[in-house]
Design a protein around this ligand. Structure first.
Ligand SMILES: Nc1nc2c(c(=O)[nH]1)N[C@H]1C(S)=C(S)[C@@H](COP(=O)(O)OP(=O)(O)OC[C@H]3O[C@@H](n4cnc5c(=O)[nH]c(N)nc54)[C@H](O)[C@@H]3O)O[C@H]1N2
Ligand SMILES: Nc1nc2c(c(=O)[nH]1)N[C@H]1C(S)=C(S)[C@@H](COP(=O)(O)OP(=O)(O)OC[C@H]3O[C@@H](n4cnc5c(=O)[nH]c(N)nc54)[C@H](O)[C@@H]3O)O[C@H]1N2
Ligand SMILES: [Mo]
Length: 821
């Protein structure tokens, strides 16, 4: 290990408690001296690719894949997922539902009382319910379209299995958008012509070479790049290490705009501008105001590449809309950054090459479209879009974006759609006036207000009258906001089916639960390095499916058999034949560009590496010739004013970026008198959402009195008589939870954090029941960002907390269902 690499790891793990984990968790097998190479199998995960030593039918040891130079300590949590006490052992049916089916008392849903059934009975019930929905109601009654972070591996991608089987049976409701970037991916095509959030970014070496200032706008690279969409190999960390060295040598300044000192900042030792939560837009407007008033902006760039600046300027000057001039003094009173500091910051941005990197958290708040649009306006005024190390990017914290792409083709996947669209069992396409596609996060609204019309991205949506939902590869009782609201909504559902390998809160609130196996109990393949397309990795089955679990492939094959479509579903191929077929397809697609061995050799060696990619600058072609390489916006130019959005006539997203007050906001904002603390639920440092929360020993490296930590500002905590390690009750008018206090000066006054994905653990199924573990979505509000994106607003959330008094209840999350005989 080179010195700098060791320093990197120290920086990375020093504050993360990794020292506690260490190799102790990895049960080193005794036979290691005479171990056979063949005992080491290769596989992967969102947390990293790895090799595993399997001995006596058990995964004994896991070590990072040799091409991963920056593995995360979350690899230490993987064995705990496989052997978790939360694993679903058998097909289970909710007891009350088993007795009474759709006439059951749905207020009891969530009481966690289940009975064990055979696979045949479970699949029969699942199939009977789909049949009943299609015949008694119609396609509008079924929603099986939720998606999420299903495991890596392209053959077994479980969402595809669910989608294909259910579509072969009949039509159903689907969704548009996602929880990650709903607002960003909707607004940016109007502004820069692509989603931006899922686009490759300028390569890191070019940024390191050309940028003089990098602004990390609400983004925590070191924390969030630990996981990737495909099997991760952490290539971006090499560049973060170089960035750290350049900061130390004062060659690059990195400034983080965040209410929290991030892990990235701790590692890079960079600068901080504390900003009050949810107030990035006033800060940005005041920067624009300064650039405009001090004549520091790039007029030529705006003339050549952008449209609509004239419509925007009167807003800055206080001559349109709210008639308020967006001076630094005005902004300072909202965002908490001093007026002179705002001016100085504006001047810095134009003093030399500046790369702005925006995270995704600030668009998961009410009016989340606005900071995204406004960041593009700032970048256009700075005039460096399309230059290496300049402009704005919205994805450098995600899945190796910024690591140059090899251009290699990936392996494709198990097909999501039926091969013969018209061969569905039920051909009824009549949605009875309801919309067949809804914005991803509006399904709870659909349950509560079926038939309601809402605006979404220029369309009118009529929310369908859902009766049955099927979930696989996602965990809505983690990912959706406002648990108690969800409890009300779920009472409306006649049937809920969940397929998972671990007993999540979603299983608890389901009627039929089918045990899938984990990705390490099946054979598969995937890319490693998501956006870099660095290589292809074999995912060897490490152990056979535990208990009575089955692969999703097998589960949905059984369902398809019930309606006579088994052969069409599998195309007559088994698991290994699919793995080989996807591999061969990849070989074909890469022919002439990348040499790939035959399948047998690949499977034995475990991977094919495509080498390093070619460096690339985002929007360079547009800068070179905006006519030939026009953007995908309606005009082909950067749209500071959008005629299209303006014409929608929305209240909360108008023709140009604007500041809108939030329904809840800290630091003197609405609701802060009663609930003064802003609760952010950012992405976990030691999990992928709710995944790995069930990995017991690993979880115990960060819990406090067995609860999820809540990170608190020490002054705030002291005022409430709370010490580090205390149990606190966190509450607002929507709900209440228990969490363990961690006091840290990284969190500004008025700011608290509970990481999303903490398992929901109510004492019982009643509305308002105390959450005993600490799921932040017990407290968040379920409101749309605006009429444009209809996306989630998890980070618009105010709470209060107090020291917990009284008898401490046990954590109810991790021990599976209560089995009724
Ligand atoms: N408050 C708050 N809420 C948030 C967020 C936030 O920032 N704050 N972030 C949002 C974001 S960005 C996202 S992406 C979502 C994530 O939401 P989800 O993607 O729903 O979260 P995961 O915890 O990854 O859930 C995946 C589930 O799939 C299961 N699973 C994994 N592999 C398989 C498989 O092979 N087969 C089957 N059948 N099941 C499998 C896992 O066990 C797990 O229960 O959460 C959103 N919710
Ligand atoms: N370790 C780990 N990495 C992950 C994931 C995971 O679960 N675990 N999930 C992946 C997924 S699905 C996604 S969507 C991405 C999420 O990526 P992001 O949404 O970018 O990540 P977050 O961690 O939610 O927040 C990033 C930063 O935004 C700051 N922030 C929050 N609100 C504001 C605000 O109002 N203003 C400003 N200026 N800053 C603010 C937070 O303090 C935090 O430092 O991460 C991916 N990476
Ligand atoms: Mo996400």
């Amino acid at each position: 290990m080179s010195i700098s690499r060791r320093r990197f790891l120290q920086g990375l793990f020093a504050s993360s408690g990794a020292a506690l984990v260490g190799p102790g968790l990895l049960q080193v097998a005794h036979a290691s001296s005479n171990e056979l190479a063949s005992q080491w199998k290769i596989s992967g995960s969102h947390w990293g690719a790895f090799r595993a030593r399997v001995y006596a039918g058990k995964v004994q040891e896991i070590k990072a894949f040799e091409l991963d130079k920056y593995p995360t300590d979350m690899l230490n949590g993987i064995q705990g997922i496989i052997y978790s006490p939360s694993r679903i052992r058998y097909p289970m049916v909710r007891y009350e539902w088993y007795l009474n089916r759709q006439k059951s008392n749905n207020a009891k849903r969530g009481d966690n009382r289940f009975i064990r059934v055979t696979w045949d009975e479970a699949i029969t019930l699942f199939h009977d319910e789909l049949e009943r929905m299609q015949t008694q109601y119609g396609p509008w009654a079924i929603h099986a379209g939720s998606t999420g972070w299903r495991s890596t591996g392209q053959v077994h991608s479980c969402g595809n299995h669910m989608a294909r089987a259910i579509a072969m049976h009949g039509y159903s409701v689907s969704k548009v958008g996602d929880y990650s970037t709903g607002a960003g991916q909707t607004i940016m095509p109007y502004v820069l012509g692509s989603t931006e959030v899922y686009a490759q970014g300028t390569s890191w070496p070019l940024i390191l070479k050309h940028s003089k200032t990098i602004v990390l706008w609400g983004t925590d690279l070191v924390k969030n790049l630990q996981v990737g969409w495909n099997c991760e190999t952490h290539e971006a960390f090499e560049y973060l290490e170089q960035l750290k060295e350049k900061i130390a040598k004062k060659e690059i300044r990195v400034i983080s705009i965040d209410p929290v000192i991030t892990k990235t900042q701790g590692y890079l030792n960079s600068e901080q501008r504390y900003i009050n939560p949810q107030t990035d837009v006033p800060f940005m407007l005041a920067i624009a105001h300064t650039l405009y008033n001090e004549d520091l902006y790039d007029k030529k760039f705006l003339d050549t590449y952008a449209l609509g600046f004239e419509e925007f300027v009167p807003y800055l000057q206080g001559k349109s809309k709210d008639m308020i001039e967006k001076t630094p003094e005005w902004a300072a009173s909202i965002c908490g950054i001093k007026a002179d500091d705002i001016r100085e910051f504006a001047r810095l941005l134009v003093s030399d090459r500046t790369q702005i990197m925006v995270g995704w958290s600030l668009q998961r708040q009410q009016h989340g479209e606005q900071p995204y649009w406004m960041a593009a306006v700032l970048a256009a005024m700075i005039g460096q879009i399309g230059l290496p190390g300049g402009g704005v990017s919205y994805a450098h914290h995600y899945s190796s974006v910024g690591v140059a792409s090899t251009g290699a083709a990936g392996p494709g996947g198990f097909p999501r759609n039926p091969d013969k669209p018209n061969k569905r069992i039920h051909k009824n396409k009549d949605f009875k006036g309801y919309s067949s596609t809804i914005p991803v996060a509006r399904w709870v609204d659909a349950l509560l207000e079926p038939g309601k019309k809402i605006q979404a991205n220029g369309a009118t949506i009529t929310l369908p009258d859902l009766k049955m939902m099927v979930f696989s590869g996602c965990n809505p009782w983690h990912h959706h906001q406002d648990r108690n609201n969800m409890k009300k909504a779920f009472q409306k559902l006649e049937t809920v089916v969940s397929i998972d390998f671990t007993w999540t809160a979603t299983c608890r609130f389901s009627d039929i639960v089918l045990p899938a196996c984990t990705q390490w109990e099946r054979n598969d393949l995937d890319l490693y390095g998501s956006y870099s397309a660095r290589g292809l990795i074999a995912m060897h089955k490490l152990v056979d499916p535990l208990f009575q679990s089955k692969t999703d492939f097998d589960i949905f094959t059984l369902l398809a058999r019930k309606f006579g479509q088994e052969k069409d579903y599998t195309r007559g191929k088994n698991e290994m034949q699919w793995v080989e077929e996807l591999y061969d397809g990849c070989v074909k697609a890469n022919k002439g560009k990348f040499d790939m061995p035959d399948f047998k050799t690949f499977w034995k060696d475990g991977f094919v590496d495509f080498g390093k990619g070619k460096e690339w600058t985002r929007q360079a072609d547009f800068r070179e010739d905006p006519e030939i390489h026009a953007l995908g916006t309606p005009s082909g130019f950067i749209e500071i004013f959008s005629r299209k959005i303006d014409r929608y006539g929305y209240k909360e997203c108008q023709g140009h970026p604007m500041w809108f007050e939030k329904s809840e906001r800290s630091h003197g904002g609405p609701g802060s008198d009663k609930h003064p603390i802003w609760l952010q639920s950012c992405h976990p440092n030691k999990r992928l959402h709710s995944q790995m929360c069930d990995s017991q020993a690993f979880r115990e490296t960060y819990t406090v009195q067995g609860r999820e930590p809540i990170y608190l500002n020490p002054t705030d905590a002291k005022q409430r008589g709370i010490k580090d390690g205390d149990l606190v009750r966190v509450f607002n008018d929507r709900g209440q939870l228990l969490a363990g206090a961690v006091l840290s000066n990284n969190f500004a006054p008025g700011v608290a954090r509970i990481e999303e994905g903490a398992w929901y653990a109510p004492i019982d199924e009643t509305i308002g029941s105390l959450d005993t573990y600490g799921d932040p979505n017990t407290l968040t509000q379920d409101i749309p960002t605006s009429e444009l994106a209809q996306a989630t607003s998890a980070n618009t959330c105010q709470v209060e907390y107090e020291k917990f008094k009284g008898k401490v209840p046990a954590v109810t999350a991790f021990t599976g269902p209560t089995e009724v005989n």
